[in-house]
Design a protein around this ligand. Structure first.
Ligand code: 6YU
Length: 511
């Protein structure tokens, strides 16, 4: 048996370890398991569950999503949509042809209600006008994709420059002009949630247009997104997935032995925190970019090639959290779907320097109204950036108290009954995620995503494909999404399958 690469090895002898049981790792494992060449497969998951950033939880008498919420662009070219259809997880409306054809250009819908920090209803026509301006300018940013030099480095700076040009033509009174700026500020914060970044000034203008949108009206899983990853997991043969196996170090470019394969030598050894070791020919790493940023120096031995390490540092990975509030009685109308919050003292042009303790909640974009449950009414707030990370350090009581104050203020009702309970995500503190999802940061580009996705070592053919990289941050056009993550897992499985098939062909050449 040849050591290292796939050539000359009988197909069933490919020992593969997949690190991470999110949708990328499960997708890779599922694909490999269907091929006769990969009978020796292990998936090592650090926690006691699969799904990673797809995480549904029973709460408030229903199911809520702690992580991924929607299938973005549910239509025929969306791999997650197709898989959900196969497993019968979607309702009639979500599956309808009509739903699949709707194009929204990736923009969230308008709020049903907009409330200001002085307790007033903001005119929805004004909100619509401001939204039209914001999304027209945001769409323009896509035009810089193939431009050699962008006028400014970031999406945020471009938007502000263009808004300043438009403002010259604003004819309203000062108060309305200021209100328009405050509404714009909420749209900037909303875009931070979509991009998973602290500020749009951190998001690279030149690559923004590379993120691809699929047609279809975003939809949800009525029984929970995690139903999808559960189906994927149960389709795998028993003993493939091993839980509570946090990988500490991946030793590569070596020559290791495996007790079950006497005489065999393996270029990679995966060492877990508990000391357990798994020898392999190939390892598919699906560890989130946030964890790679924090731990890459200890995760890989020898260290990653400098080019890859630099890319990991350059790429963007930020935080977007959800805060669920449960009410006994709704203070909103039952047909209301989204409540926007507008802080009147804010503007995209003002860089407020205040203690996070005193202003973190101003980064909240508002509330999504969840479908009413049997005996409770639930709002889901979204908050991105450093303020979101600060929120994670507070206790439930502190967050609940601050948000009760915010709600009393925006409704103009100091007696408003506060939420009866709270539940929130803490993706930045989660040790095996360290944030929510990736974005293309200023100084980085789509090319960096491709570099991250390249297997190592890349130099010698004989020792190729020791470590392969998948996960949402490795998909150049669908990064930050579940479908991007799934496709990346399939991509790396296919890479190994090609290697295996080409090796099999050499052993048994076609007549
Ligand atoms: C989507 C949506 N969505 C909200 C929030 C979050 C995310 N996303 P995983 O992390 O899943 O798996 C890795 C595993 O590895 C994990 O199980 C770890 O425990 C394990 N691991 C780590 N270290 C290990 C070690 N050392 N050893 C062993 N195991 C280890 N996506 O499609 N729709 O609505 C949302 C949202 C709050 C946090 C989302 C959404 C992102 C997805 O959840 C995410 O991409 C995938 O689940 C990742 O899967 P994975 O397998 O790669 O990693 C222009 C432009 C704009 C660009 N953005 C636009 C799109 C916006 C995205 N939408 C976000 C919105 C929400 C609300």
């Amino acid at each position: 048996m040849e050591k290292g690469g796939g050539k000359g090895r009988t197909p069933s002898e490919h020992l593969v370890v997949v690190v991470g049981g999110g949708i990328a790792g499960l997708g890779a494992a599922q694909r490999l398991c269907r091929h006769p060449g990969f009978r020796n497969l292990r998936l090592l998951e650090a926690t006691d569950r699969c799904g990673g950033r797809i995480r549904s939880q029973s709460a408030f008498g229903g199911v809520i999503e702690i992580g991924a919420h929607w299938i973005h662009g549910p239509s025929k070219n969306n791999a997650v949509f197709q898989l959900a259809l196969e497993y019968g997880l979607l309702g009639e409306k979500e599956m309808s042809e009509e739903n699949q054809l709707i194009e929204v250009g990736g923009h969230p819908g308008l709020p049903s209600l907009s409330l200001s920090s002085s307790g007033k209803n903001v005119d929805l026509k004004l909100v619509e006008d401001v939204a039209n301006l914001f999304y027209t300018l945001l769409d323009q940013t896509r035009e810089f994709l193939h431009v050699a030099e962008t006028p400014v480095p970031s999406v945020g700076e471009y938007l502000k420059k263009e808004i300043a040009r438009h403002m010259v033509e604003w004819t309203e009174d000062e108060a309305t002009k200021n209100l328009k700026l405050s509404i714009l500020n909420t749209f900037f914060n909303l875009e931070c949630c979509v991009s998973g970044s602290h500020s749009m000034d951190l998001v690279a203008l030149g690559s923004f247009g590379e993120y691809a949108m699929l047609p279809g009206l975003d939809c949800t899983f009525s029984e929970g997104y995690e139903g999808l990853t559960n189906c994927m997991m149960t389709s795998l043969p028993k003993n493939v997935v091993l839980f509570n196996k946090p990988v500490k170090t991946i030793h590569w470019n070596g020559s290791y032995r495996h007790e079950n394969f006497p005489g065999g030598k393996f270029p990679v050894l995966v060492e877990c925190e508990g000391g357990e070791k798994f020898a392999a020919h190939h390892v598919i790493v699906t560890i989130p970019l946030g964890v790679l940023k924090e731990q890459m120096t200890t995760l890989f031995d020898p260290p990653l090639p400098q080019r890859k390490a630099q890319v990991i540092m350059r790429m963007g990975f930020g935080t977007n959290n959800k805060i669920f509030l449960e009410f006994e009685e709704p203070f909103w109308e039952l047909d209301c779907q989204q409540i926007q919050v507008v802080w009147e003292d804010t503007s995209p042009f003002l860089d407020v320097k205040a203690e996070l303790q005193d202003m973190w909640f101003k980064k909240l974009i508002g509330f999504l109204v969840l479908p009413p449950l049997e005996s409770s009414y639930v709002l889901c707030a979204f908050i991105a950036g450093h303020e979101s990370e600060f929120m994670e350090t507070l206790s439930d009581e502190e967050v609940l108290s601050s948000l009760t104050q915010v709600l009393r203020r925006i409704t103009g009702n100091p007696q408003l009954s506060g939420p009866r309970s709270i539940l929130r995500s803490r993706w930045h503190s989660a040790p095996y995620t360290r944030g929510s999802y990736s974005y293309v940061a200023v100084g980085s580009s789509g090319e960096d995503i491709d570099i991250l996705a390249q297997p190592i070592p890349s130099t010698s053919l004989d020792s190729q494909l020791q470590i392969l990289f998948a996960g949402e941050a490795t998909h150049r056009t669908y990064y930050s999404t579940t479908h991007g993550a799934l496709l990346s897992g399939w991509r790396e499985a296919d890479r190994l399958i090609s290697l295996c098939d080409s090796g099999a062909q050499q052993l048994h050449p076609k007549p």
